[in-house]
Write a protein that binds this ligand. Structure first.
Ligand code: ADP
Length: 486
């Protein structure tokens, strides 16, 4: 069974107070009693001594040893000093000679007779009955006990005084005990409230509910304990947060690794597939030429096809290598300040012939913008985009290239009025080996690697590329690079 600390403290204080009060009261009351008793005994002995003195004096005066004790008693009880304490005299047979006989109980009379006998044997004896102390002392003459003196001392007043003090101690003691317990309840309630607050805080730390951990403001050990608890809770909370953060980044890294593994598998599958097609064609033509060495037409067609497939293979190898190098290695790039107007003018100039040959109109409108970029990468990006605009255009279509400054960015736009890309495919055009129309792309020597490479190159130069497209209307590629301030 669990006994609460509050109850324990109050019970302990109550018991301690009770013990202290009881000890103090008993000690004081015992002291009073002992003092009263010694006072009574001293008074009785003094009275006895006085009586004995008078007695020996009177006897010496008379000088008659045979004089009846009775004569003496007659004279002695006239003395006022003897009336202070009622006294009686008994002869050696225990019979009262003079004094006050009282009509008391047989028990008391028996006890009195016993005490007289003890006095006759030479002892001084006394005992209290009904608030009266009975005192017996032998009276001697020439070594012989000739009578017994009885003194009756009333202790009613003294007993009353004792009872009053006893009652006073009881009342004050009870009040002190009650007051102590009430004060204890109030004082310990505050302490136990704080202890319970800390216990609840510990439970909340156990549950991980750190917001509910409360501080208590005290300038003692409990206050220090509470501050320690808060500090501990903060450390645990921080450690848990750190661990959670690490766990999150670890699981993010794991999922990234999983995605990368998957992408790598797909990439290898795609590469294998892309390589197989031209190799199969080359092999087939090689075999056919071997089988029919005299067929000149076949030889002409075969060599053309083989050469075309070899070109495809070369461009494929180049792109795959570029892409994987960009993916894997963080090689240094040689960036220089490039005036986009000049660079794009040169590229457009060179590609306009190809556009013309494909019956396409190519225009460009360029403003002065300087960006810091690797020139070769810029060339690769722009050539790829313009080349795609030519490849995926329509008869008599057009291509427009622009560059201008927009805020802190240099913007390049390559726009065409080509076949366009639908909403679903436009999100995937930057994925490696992704082609909207496989046949059309293949016919034009594409393997779906151009835009993947472009995106990688743009991002490596701190730029971003976006595309908007509408099927049968055209596509618009927008690239932004940070400008170089003059
Ligand atoms: P590819 O070598 O096949 O051209 P790209 O990565 O350059 O590969 O382009 C991916 C696919 O995006 C292309 O196969 C094509 O279907 C589509 N595409 C790219 N540019 C354009 C464009 N300007 N207009 C329409 N479709 C385009």
């Amino acid at each position: 069974m669990k006994i609460g600390i509050k109850f324990q403290l109050i019970a302990f204080t109550g018991c301690l107070l009770f013990a202290v009060i009881a000890f103090l009261s008993t000690s004081v009351l015992n002291g009073v009693k002992t003092y009263q008793e010694s006072q009574i005994v001293d008074t009785l002995f003094a009275q006895k001594d006085l009586f004995e003195l008078y007695f020996s004096d009177v006897y010496r005066q008379d000088g008659d040893s045979d004089k009846e004790i009775l004569d003496f008693t007659g004279s002695v009880f006239d003395k006022t000093w003897l009336r202070n304490i009622p006294a009686s005299l008994y002869d050696t047979k225990g019979e009262m000679l003079s004094g006050f006989s009282d009509d008391s109980s047989t028990d008391k009379n028996d006890e009195k007779a016993n005490m007289i006998q003890s006095a006759l044997a030479g002892q001084v004896v006394y005992r209290e009955y009904d608030s009266v102390v009975y005192f017996y002392s032998p009276i001697k003459y020439k070594e012989n006990t000739i009578a017994i003196l009885e003194l009756k001392y009333s202790v009613t007043e003294k007993n009353k005084f004792y009872v009053n003090i006893q009652n006073m101690f009881f009342t004050i003691g009870s009040a002190a005990l009650l007051f102590g317990i009430i004060f204890g309840i109030l004082y310990f309630s505050k302490i136990t409230r704080d202890i319970y607050t800390m216990r609840n805080s510990v439970e909340n730390i156990q549950k991980g509910d750190f917001k509910k951990v409360k501080i208590i403001s005290r300038k003692d050990e409990l206050g220090e304990l509470s501050s320690g608890l808060i500090a501990m809770s903060n450390t645990i909370e921080k450690n848990i947060k750190d661990l959670q953060g690490e766990r999150d980044s670890l699981s993010l890294a794991v999922s990234k690794l999983e995605i990368m593994g998957k992408q790598q598998k797909e990439f290898i599958g795609n590469v294998t597939h892309e390589f197989k097609t031209p190799i199969t064609t080359i092999k087939a033509y090689g075999d056919l030429i071997g089988m029919y060495p005299e067929d000149l037409n076949l030889i002409t067609e075969g060599t053309t096809k083989i050469s075309k497939e070899c070109d495809r293979l070369t461009s494929l190898v180049e792109r795959v290598l570029n892409l994987s190098v960009l993916e894997k290695y963080d090689f240094e790039i040689q960036t220089i300040d490039v005036n986009l107007k000049e660079a794009l003018n040169d590229i457009c100039d060179r590609l306009s012939g190809k556009a013309r040959r494909n019956n396409l109109e190519m225009t460009w409108s360029l403003s002065e913008v300087v960006i810091n970029i690797d020139e070769e990468s810029l060339r690769h990006i722009c050539v790829n985009l313009i080349d795609n605009s030519i490849k995926y255009n329509k008869e008599n279509g057009s291509i427009n290239v622009e560059c201008y400054r927009e805020g802190d960015f240099g913007v390049i736009i390559v726009e065409d009025t080509g076949i366009g890309i639908d909403e679903v495919n436009v999100k995937k055009v930057f994925d490696a080996f992704y082609r909207v129309d496989k046949h059309r792309s293949r016919d034009r020597g594409g393997a779906g690697l151009g835009l993947a490479l472009v995106k990688k190159l743009v991002e490596r130069q701190n730029g971003e590329i976006t595309v908007t497209s509408e099927i049968n209307v055209g596509s618009k590629f927008v690239i932004k690079f940070p400008v170089v301030e003059n």
